[in-house]
Ligand binder design. Structure first.
Ligand SMILES: CCCc1ccc(-c2ccc(S(=O)(=O)CCO)cc2)cc1[C@H]1C[C@H]1c1ccccn1
Length: 240
């Protein structure tokens, strides 16, 4: 069961995401504020201050056509393509690969004046979920999750001057297939992928609330727009 040092913690976090993060905003009685909406994409936030630090939880729901849950999670998890869609990291390094589909990554984010530059050291794992909770009456064809959470590592060799931000992030994707009416073969046009993205970022040190909240307000919609467009583009039929 214990495949590597962080196996138990990873399993627990995945289970929590499948029960808590998959609930539609508001179902848990919590008050989520809808702060951005573009078509199917809805992004919610909560105001949360911990030890004087802005730790606003974020939850985004989205649904896009022509891709599968596995493709969405693969491109989110795969560090080979990270810099093709990630716009806020300056550098990253894979520190360790504890097992297939699990990496430990050290990354630095672009500095946002006047706060100090932030870095993150986290485990990133992509997992196929066997018995997913079905949301509403739709039955998913499959469910995949990428779970990113902060860990320690002796070989991080951090960039001096960076403040360590702590993250708890998950991307949960479900594939829905609508077979063609005429009984023909299933094509990409029959695919719909429902996405839930949750992010809890602790900035690790003081930064002006107004600066942080404006970064989040700008960066999260940009990130979701850019990432989903990237996956649809990478999976589009080759225009022969
Ligand atoms: C002071 C906090 C600094 C800060 C620490 C961390 C992160 C962050 C880390 C990881 C992930 S991810 O979804 O796991 C994709 C892999 O990188 C997203 C965001 C973002 C910010 C800040 C830079 C802001 C930001 C906010 C939203 C989206 C992207 N960037």
């Amino acid at each position: 069961k214990r495949r590597h040092k962080h196996s138990d913690e990873l399993e627990k976090k995945i289970q929590n995401h499948l029960t808590d993060s998959m609930k539609p905003p508001g179902a848990d009685g919590d008050i989520w504020e809808l702060f951005a909406e573009e078509g199917e994409m809805k992004i919610y936030r909560k105001e949360l201050v911990e030890d004087g630090l802005i730790c606003d939880p974020l939850k985004a729901v989205h649904s896009i056509g022509n891709v599968t849950a596995r493709e969405m999670c693969h491109y989110f998890w795969d560090t080979d393509v990270r810099m093709e869609w990630e716009g806020t990291i300056e550098s990253f390094r894979v520190i360790e690969v504890p097992e297939e589909f699990t990496t430990i990554i050290y990354q630095t984010h672009r500095r946002v004046w006047p706060s100090a530059q932030r870095d993150c050291l986290y485990l990133s794992s992509m997992v196929k979920v066997d018995n997913p909770p079905s949301v509403g009456d739709k039955i998913p064809h499959d469910t995949w999750i990428v779970c990113n959470f902060s860990v320690d590592h002796p070989e991080a060799n951090p960039v001096s001057g960076c403040v360590r931000a702590l993250i708890e992030i998950a991307l949960i994707c479900q594939t829905f297939i609508t077979p063609p009416k005429d009984g023909g073969p299933i094509t990409r046009d029959c695919l719909q992928c429902d996405i839930i993205y949750v992010a809890n970022v602790n900035p690790g040190g003081w930064a002006p609330a107004s600066v942080l909240r404006s970064i989040y307000k700008r960066e999260y919609p940009k990130f979701l727009r850019r990432f989903t467009a990237y996956v649809q583009d990478k999976t589009r039929k080759l225009d022969i």
